[in-house]
Design a protein around this ligand. Structure first.
Ligand code: PLP
Length: 386
């Protein structure tokens, strides 16, 4: 799109697979769409009713710049109750979801040329977010044959004087991986040794099916080295409410507030009321959604185990199955098309999540078990998986 009306930096831009799914989904009429991580579990009706009531009562105006004070207090209470972590009012900033939070963090901490390490396979938009802040994304390819565990000595080789941060997403999109305590502690030690920040993209915390549930913010006494990014999208099944927050040391939060001033000013006031009630009801909401997604993940895992030339790890977290198709000898991109054309099932190619994802496809369990059954019945009929 070479065009004098568009900034040159966008001329060479190639859409990531995730942004092409709308167009792919139109290829056939009876597609089963397992491509986008948009949970089908309904947003909580009680919270929606209370949000509506509050909107009618006047919560339709700008809120305080750091966010609705009641929501901030409730958030602080949640960190204390769930994790024993103390967060101060000036260490917290409400955002319009996780994507916005990550964008704001990058704009806040990066000077041109600064580096951020991502552990691949990683969430597609990290690269854009770092580059929009004129930083450089440095990719550590977690070894697929070691279940995507981080080999810290290898990771350390990527650190240099320009390293400003590392992004850690556990449970991870797309791999569903929950990094071990040893891995997380080793990353924290590395950050301490070389003095950089750890951005904890903690947006699937409620969808962790292991015993290792403590987020990175619990690895230190007060917010200092960890910048936590939280979202209501997946953990409270409210992607369209566009709500999240950042927790970090107060100097970072103050600078992030300046960035927000020019991007969103304040965050939607009635979304923040939804957030307040969702946090209060989080235990009941999350119990239901965790059970539902875990059930689906186990179902998908069992069906994949019965297919030939494809395998996956036992589900640890999220609602994504990252299936290893290397044995077929077909690239992720070709398999993306093949599955769509032969089975009318839309997944995502693994290499859209960094080089470590080549030879994988991502399957979202964001449909019921009945629909998943139909999807796997179709996949089972493909010659390549017989
Ligand atoms: N981080 C990860 C790892 C994600 O998977 C997503 C969405 O899928 C986001 C951040 C952004 O989510 P949202 O902007 O809906 O909060």
């Amino acid at each position: 799109m070479k065009n004098p009306y568009i900034a040159k930096k966008h001329w060479e831009y190639e859409l990531p697979p995730l942004s092409r799914t709308d167009e792919m989904a139109k290829r056939y009429d009876d597609i089963i769409n397992l491509s986008v991580g948009d949970p089908d579990y309904p947003a909580d009706k009680t919270c929606l009713d209370l949000m509506y009531r509050d909107a009618l009562a006047g919560h339709t105006r700008y809120t305080e710049y750091y966010g609705d004070p009641e929501l901030r207090e409730e958030t602080i209470k949640m960190y204390k109750e769930d994790y024993g972590v103390d967060v101060a009012m000036n260490e917290l900033l409400i955002t319009a979801g996780g994507t916005h939070a990550l964008y704001v963090v990058m704009q806040t901490i990066l000077d041109p040329g600064d580096e951020v390490i991502a552990i691949a396979p990683y969430y597609t938009y990290y690269k854009d977010q770092v580059e929009m802040a004129e930083g450089k994304l440095v990719v550590y390819n977690a070894p697929a044959d070691k279940r995507f565990d981080v080999e810290v000595e290898e990771l350390e080789k990527l650190v240099n004087s320009r390293t400003k941060a590392i992004i850690v997403n556990s449970p991870c999109n797309p791999s569903g991986k929950v990094y071990s305590r040893e891995n997380l502690q080793a990353i924290m030690d590395l950050a301490e040794k070389y003095d950089f920040q750890v951005i904890a993209d903690d947006i699937y915390g409620a969808l962790n099916y292991t015993d290792n549930k403590m987020p990175l913010c619990t690895y230190e006494e007060r917010p200092n080295r960890v910048i936590t990014v939280y979202s209501y999208s997946k953990d409270l099944s409210a992607t369209g409410v566009r709500l999240g927050h950042i927790i970090a040391r107060s100097d970072i939060i103050d600078a992030a507030l300046n960035v927000c001033g020019g991007v969103t000013f304040t965050i939607c006031s009635f979304s923040q009321r939804f957030g307040l009630y969702a946090l209060r009801r989080r235990k009941e909401i999350q119990e239901g959604l965790r059970a539902e997604y875990q059930k689906r993940m186990l179902y998908a895992y069992e069906r994949i185990s019965k297919l030939n030339h494809v395998k996956c790890f036992y589900p640890e977290g999220t609602f994504y199955i990252f299936a290893d198709i290397r044995e077929t000898g077909i690239s992720s991109m070709d398999m993306w098309d093949k599955i769509l054309d032969e089975a009318k099932v839309l997944v995502l190619p693994g290499d859209g999540f960094g080089k470590a994802g080549e030879g994988y496809i991502r399957i979202c369990c964001t449909v019921s078990v009945e629909v998943l059954k139909e999807a796997f019945d179709r996949l089972e009929k493909m010659d390549i998986f017989k």
